[in-house]
Design a protein around this ligand. Structure first.
Ligand SMILES: NC(=O)c1ccc[n+]([C@@H]2O[C@H](COP(=O)([O-])OP(=O)(O)OC[C@H]3O[C@@H](n4cnc5c(N)ncnc54)[C@H](OP(=O)(O)O)[C@@H]3O)[C@@H](O)[C@H]2O)c1
Length: 336
């Protein structure tokens, strides 16, 4: 019997990407869709490209707890997920949250970035759903906190260096496509203001993803996000001053070994570009050593909506539910 799945936030970008992946997933049946202001409309009204493919109405998110579902994916703004999740958990539904509400272990750290946590009592049961770090904790998990897109790319690039004791800090410069800001209109995602233009923002530790990166990597992170004129895609360029000399061959071998048993990560001998992973749940990573200056640079490419959101959420859900790890995951890109 396929697992019965609900998607909250299907009128948004991560929600509709979840819909694309989960309707092609042989282990699940998409049985309920929910939205905010667009509840009451049909899927085809909200996403005309889905006309004739799935005949489900968009209901209120509060209706999902009583819908007889096995799991619900939440593609909702932070704060909204935390308001919705407790009723689902009480109803025995597995919750896969793509937002920030359950990622940070310490409620005080959450409060500093997002405001007071609405349900801190649920934080201890949340598993930070980065398969490459918490694979053992995922089977049987009932509340999955999916990592942010920038923290995912930064972690994949930086973890091998930190875990090997080669770095005690990380500098992460990231490029993001405009879909990273979601579907809501705003000056930062107006065509006239983002096409043919790029910008840095959230400087000097002020971006909310900085504490999440530091929780994952366990070292100080200097993070600078940049918005670039593409629809989807993300590059993290991670730089560290090496604590001891290491050769290019050793460093490459370190990454190959670190990700040997992680099917979503491909270690490459050349720097990846964002198009290499467009539409996928995969991450491509490359590392290079500058022996003259004693630095290493690691570059990770992901799709912010794929490995950075919906694709990784389904990957972690597979592990949590005991399904084959890569079942239903898009792992090859849409090219060109
Ligand atoms: N975009 C990315 O690349 C990305 C990557 C990783 C994580 N995330 C996280 O994923 C979450 C969703 O992001 P997104 O980009 O998909 O956002 P989005 O495109 O703006 O979509 C947000 C969704 O949430 C619904 N919603 C908003 N307020 C609601 C409320 N009060 N009650 C019920 N539903 C409500 C919206 O429904 P209506 O439109 O019907 O109001 C919409 O379906 C966020 O927490 C974001 O930080 C995003």
């Amino acid at each position: 019997m396929p697992l019965r799945i609900g998607i909250a936030g299907v009128s948004g970008y991560t929600g509709v990407e979840l819909l694309r992946i989960l309707t092609a997933h042989p282990g699940v049946q998409v049985a309920a869709l929910a939205a905010g202001q667009q509840a009451g409309r049909s899927l085809a009204q909200v996403w005309p490209g889905w006309t004739g493919r799935l005949d489900l109405p968009l209901v209120e998110v509060d209706a999902l707890a009583g819908a007889g579902l096995d799991a619900v994916f939440l593609g909702l703004p932070h704060g909204v997920s935390a308001a919705v999740a407790p009723a689902l958990l009480d109803a025995g539904v597995v919750v896969v949250d793509l937002g920030a509400d359950f990622r940070l272990r310490d409620p005080a750290v959450y409060a500093a970035a997002y405001g007071p946590h609405p349900c801190p009592q649920h934080l201890p049961q949340a598993v930070y759903a980065l398969p490459e770090l918490h694979r053992e904790a995922l089977p049987g998990a009932r509340l999955l906190a999916c990592p942010g897109c920038y923290p995912t790319a930064t972690a994949i690039a930086g973890l091998p260096l930190v875990e090997a004791g080669l770095a005690d800090h990380v500098v992460s410069d990231c490029l993001s496509g405009v879909s990273g800001a979601g579907r809501k209109a705003g000056p930062r995602n107006l065509y006239c203001e983002v096409q043919e233009s790029a910008t840095a923002y959230g400087l000097a530790g002020s971006h909310r993803h900085t504490p999440e990166m530091e929780q994952t990597l366990g070292v100080p992170v200097v993070f600078t996000p940049h918005l670039v004129p593409m629809v989807r895609g993300m590059i993290a360029t991670v730089k560290v001053r090496l604590l001891r000399p290491v050769s290019q061959a050793e460093l490459h071998a370190l990454y190959v070994e670190r990700y040997r048993h992680h099917p979503a990560v491909i270690v490459r001998a050349d720097p990846p570009q964002s198009a290499d992973v467009r539409g996928t749940a995969a991450a491509h990573v490359h590392v290079a050593v500058d022996a003259t200056r004693g630095f290493a640079t690691a570059v990770c490419a992901i799709d912010n909506l794929g490995k950075g959101a919906a694709g990784q959420a389904v990957h972690a859900f597979n592990l949590a539910m005991g399904l084959p790890e890569t079942q239903g995951l898009p792992l090859v890109p849409l090219l060109p």
